[in-house]
Design a protein around this ligand. Sequence first.
Ligand code: VGL
Ligand code: ZN
Length: 191
Amino acid sequence: MEITGQDVLLVVDVQNDFCPGGALAVTDGDAVIPVIQRLAVQFDHVVLTQDWHPPGHCSFRSGGGVWPDHCVQGTRGADFHAALELTRAELILRKGFRKNLDSYSAFFENDHTTPTGLASYCRERGFRRIFLAGLAYDFCVGFSAVDARRAGFNAIVVHDACRAIDVNGSVREMEAEFARHGVMLMESGAA
Ligand code: VGL
Ligand code: ZN
């Protein structure tokens, strides 16, 4: 696959809390890092997202949600994994920072109307194809990919550069959404 200046690699939430030992650890989460490093050097443009919640956030069980406390602003758990070496990243997009509104997607908060600004940013930068990698495949990566399609971009999820949480059929459900919205899947070796 030919990568051009209109392509961007969106690296989703490769943070300590989603890696082994973290508060919301994804099985094998840190295994995405070497794959992402190899992928990133092939792209002219790399953007990172960072899950960034205030204490008592609505997605936390402690705040009425379903997840353990994770990625609390300013904590070590919210930091990018130390092995993630993406100094070339052009933008770090933080999401989920409103106490009463969660954001799985890098493009829209979970009310599906509050934008993060990322679609406009990508449009203004002239990006056409958004390649996605990171954590978790069936949540933030997946919702971001579907919203990228809704915003009019091509969306390609790099399958082996992601790991899933996989609760209650979430992977199968997300893959059905991918099919419904025209999200493509590829393996990193094909990039
Ligand atoms: C995520 C659950 C809660 C993710 C973030 O990055 O996939 N999942 N917050
Ligand atoms: Zn979160």
